[in-house]
Design a protein around this ligand. Sequence first.
Ligand SMILES: *Cc1c(COP(=O)(O)O)cnc(C)c1O
Length: 483
Amino acid sequence: MRASLLESAAQDAKDQLRRLPSVDRVLKTPRILSLIQTHGRSFVTDEVRALLLDWREAQLIGKPQHPADEAAIEVALCARIEARLAPALRPVFNLTGTVLHTNLGRALLPDEAVVAVARAMRSPTNLEFDLDDGERGDRDALVEKLLCELTGAQAATVVNNNASAVLLTIAALAARREVIVSRGELVEIGGSFRMPDVMKSAGAKMIEIGTTNRTHARDYADAVSARTALIVKVHTSNYVVKGFTAVVGESELARIAHRAHLPFAVDLGSGSLVDLAAYGLPHEPMPQEMLSRGADIVTFSGDKLLGGPQAGLIVGNREWIGKIKKHPLKRALRVSKLTLAALEATLALYRHPERLAMRLPTLRLLTRPVEEIDALAARVLPALSRALWEWAGVTRGALKSQIGSGSLPIDVLPSAGLFIRCRTGRKGSGRQLEGLAAALRALPVPVIGRIKDGALILDLRTLEDETAFVAQLGSLKLPATYS
Ligand SMILES: *Cc1c(COP(=O)(O)O)cnc(C)c1O
């Protein structure tokens, strides 16, 4: 009895296999021929072959998932090709509550930058060509004047990101010599950027002074020797040391450095070009403040508070910047015309600070009034509730957004958003929330929230395209129901 059941199952599988059409036959069906027109014969042939192979395997292990007729093959093939052709880098909804989210690409660029980049991509440009004398030019010159105008620096240069800016500064000014830095500032920035490692890679010897919580002027002065090349101050952008603390201000550090004829560099990390307090936000150190206090070099990121493209900006004293520009690493770390186009257009917006909060997306999102965010939450809530039906309940509530990317670690912005909680009891609700989070990530424009205290939280400070968000909720595929 048992043996004959097995036999008949095996016979079924064989029948199924026989029913699978050949690659050649599939390639001759009309719909597939039109796919070949669009995507090319070799690509479509490979996909047909792979699909039939998958189905054959599924049948051999006794799990045939589809009736293997022509229509089913067409549908599956179209889905497969669509998935294969989807770009790997895709837009998402960042509803994490972190405005400058490093893993989600940090700053959103202003339209002016988008236009400038598109123009620079389509056409030859005067990237390194001096239009006045027809000679070879310097690509930094394209943004140097603007950077100097905005920060009060004598000179400026641009590299790939702020990590490069720090690396290059140390390599150019302190290779084979010593760099003095406070123990309280040996920061690690996400993604394994650690100050001690950077110093080592740049070929400098790091001289740590002071203690984690307290460093005094005499610690710096005592560490200066004939081997010293540079004093560095790192803005501890992603943490704060509280309590019994002491740090030495920039003005005093500049005095100590200059007395020994040494340059003084500040790694600012985020660095805002405008006083954020004027926009109702917590004040963040500005490059111009550092320079006016005597810093010779200031490094900061292009895609943090500045709100532009990924870049590392180095501004400061003409002599030291000149040295930095001549270092061979500068060539290795230089930026493309696309970055320069975006950066110039972004920087230009700073000439009109009154309109900045409207035109610079980063500042626009950071200064968004909580009432506006809350009203948005109220409008979006019904659609989300409907999409989740009996699966989960949605409520609206107050939240605290973070600026992110290491700026202002303790300062949070009052915000509002939606809390999704599963309807079942405690048991397994964590797993269900994970499933729900995965379903939101599987939407055409993935929605990224965060899970905290038994809720999936969507902070709406950063939701600007409300229509697109609501429109795609209809295609939300909820996880299989739980028992
Ligand atoms: C963010 C940051 C960096 C790294 O900047 P990237 O632009 O991400 O390379 C370095 N130093 C500090 C203090 C930072 O905050």
